[in-house]
Design a protein around this ligand. Structure first.
Ligand SMILES: [Zn+2]
Length: 519
């Protein structure tokens, strides 16, 4: 199937209400958008008339290849899904709300036999399609490929190229087994059962990780038009000082963002108190000592961040990516959103794993982001709806290292945007585009999605992939995956009494702060 529109060409979006955070966010003015070769060339009124009268120098004598009528439509910048994993896309809906450490044992690749390249491609496509259908034009995939296989890596990258979404890709790596980091597991699980324990991360055997990280980035940089790169140390706790230091040097020399998980659960926080006593039990102090705090660093979750740590992040320009929906489902607690905002920490928003959120939906993330702040402060105040949209667009662009390139509809920026039907009940009547995007909309009105000037969703249909054959292929692939899932769940059932014992001990521990309403 070929795309129905051009990325190298001239596209005119006519007569839509164009959303701009720096302008009227309630009733955005009607304007046209001229896109040339994937880039926004002009935004303004009456552009088509000016083109006809040869009064628009930006077009340089070229013809318009396609006109999209956006009357009664809202045109918004594409969302940046700033924390996502493609590795468990096919496990959505498999788990109830369970504590993070139990979910890690259920969902992550080290628990499963090696997958096929066909499954890697299918899961990458399904996840990307869900993102695109909801107006997400950039996804930051922190992907685990376990065991590592170059063919699987290239399969995932090709899938992103084919589906047409923008992707910042990071291979998730660690050199300390995740299972060693969960407090009490080694104490409560009998020795004869310990071999059954796996964790979020397993070191890739026989591979020098800094060399792998450097080689895969440098050999593939620029190979795919819409794929850029980041580094993915799984968490500060699961990476040695040597690995983090070398990745930090690579980040600096090659100007690469670093994505990592921090304080995603009370267990991770308690583990930090034990394993990082030298740094006052603080993972932020640990990262600071190793020289990692910089605007290139992106800390996913950050639920159990202490006040002094937030100040350090703000002063070093470190980004925090909040994942409010997945954090609730894995019972990790609620991030201190008002404190991050008052410290002026740059925030992005993510939808996280497909089996712990279980939706790639930035509307849900934005609504949760604004609403959960109320758990910390009963007074009205930030974050506003516009703050949520900022985190989902401009804030996320910064976490991608693509600030000034994506996140807004402005001349000179990449043409990554969505066109929403204002006839949808979520927008009738139109009182405030910003508030209705955050509080009323759920993704239903997303009609057209453009990435890099190319129409990838038209009339709510993906134009780049044959979805029907993909669905048939997934159904076939699920036969093996369901078998493997059954085996994983049977093992977990056997370990459950011990793991719940450990969880109870974690709940009772004191880590100096609290991120539950009560505990
Ligand atoms: Zn994650």
């Amino acid at each position: 199937m070929t795309p129905s529109s051009v990325s190298n060409g001239v596209l005119l979006i006519k007569g839509g209400r164009v959303f701009e955070l720096a302008g009227d966010v309630d009733v955005p003015p009607i304007a046209d958008i001229l896109i040339i070769d994937g880039e926004i060339a002009a935004v303004g009124t009456g552009l088509d008339g000016k083109i006809r009268a040869s009064a628009l120098p930006e077009i340089g004598g070229r013809k318009v290849d396609e006109v999209i009528d956006a009357s009664d439509r809202l045109v918004i910048p594409g969302f940046v899904n700033a924390h996502y994993h493609s590795h468990d896309v096919l496990l959505k809906g498999c788990f109830e709300t369970i504590p993070l450490e139990l979910w890690l044992m259920s969902a992550l690749p080290p628990n499963y036999p090696k997958r096929s390249a066909a499954e890697i491609r299918a899961r990458t496509l399904v996840g990307a399609i869900e993102c695109l259908r909801g107006g997400i034009t950039t996804v930051q995939d922190l992907a685990t490929l376990y065991p590592f296989d170059e063919e699987h890596l290239d399969t995932a990258l090709q899938a992103y190229e084919d589906v047409g979404i923008r992707c910042v890709f990071a291979l998730q790596i660690a050199d300390i087994p995740g299972v060693k980091l969960v407090p009490f597991w080694n104490e409560v699980v009998p020795e004869r059962e310990r071999a059954l324990l796996t964790g979020a991360t397993e070191p890739l055997k026989g591979i020098d990780l800094p060399t792998l990280a450097r080689d895969i980035v440098r050999s593939r940089q620029g190979r795919h038009q819409r794929v850029t790169w980041a580094l993915g140390p799984s968490s500060p706790g699961s990476c040695s000082e040597d690995l983090l230091t070398k990745l930090s040097e690579l980040s600096r020399s090659d100007d690469l963002p670093i994505y990592t998980h921090i304080y995603e659960s009370k267990a991770m926080t308690l583990s930090a108190r034990h394993h990082h006593a030298r740094d006052g039990g603080s993972l932020v102090n640990y990262l600071k000592r190793l020289g990692l705090l910089s605007p290139r660093l992106n800390l996913a979750h950050s639920i159990w961040m202490a006040p002094a740590e937030m100040e350090a992040l703000a002063s070093e320009g470190v980004n925090v990516v909040l994942n409010p929906v997945s954090n609730l489902k894995t019972r990790g607690g609620v991030a201190p959103i008002p404190a991050f905002m008052s410290n002026r920490v740059n925030l992005g928003l993510g939808c996280d794993n497909c089996s712990c959120s279980d939706a790639q939906n930035m509307f849900q993330a934005m609504k949760m982001f604004t609403s959960l702040a109320g758990l910390y402060d009963q007074r009205p105040g930030p974050p506003t709806a516009a703050d949520a949209i900022h985190a989902a667009t401009i804030g996320g662009a910064r976490t991608a290292g693509l600030q000034g390139r994506i996140g807004a509809i402005r001349p000179g920026m990449a043409a990554d945007l969505s066109i929403l039907d204002l006839g949808d009940p979520a927008f009738v009547p139109l009182n405030s585009a910003a508030r209705q995007l955050v509080f009323s909309e759920c993704g239903r009105s997303v009609e057209t999605v453009i990435v890099d000037g190319r129409v990838v969703v038209r009339n709510r249909k993906i134009m780049t992939i044959d979805e029907r054959s993909l669905r048939e292929e997934v159904a076939e692939l699920m036969k093996a995956l369901r078998e493997d899932l059954r085996a994983v769940m049977a093992r977990n059932q056997r370990l459950l009494p011990y793991l719940m014992d450990a969880h109870q001990r974690i709940c009772s521990a004191d880590v100096g702060i609290n991120r539950y309403i009560s505990s």
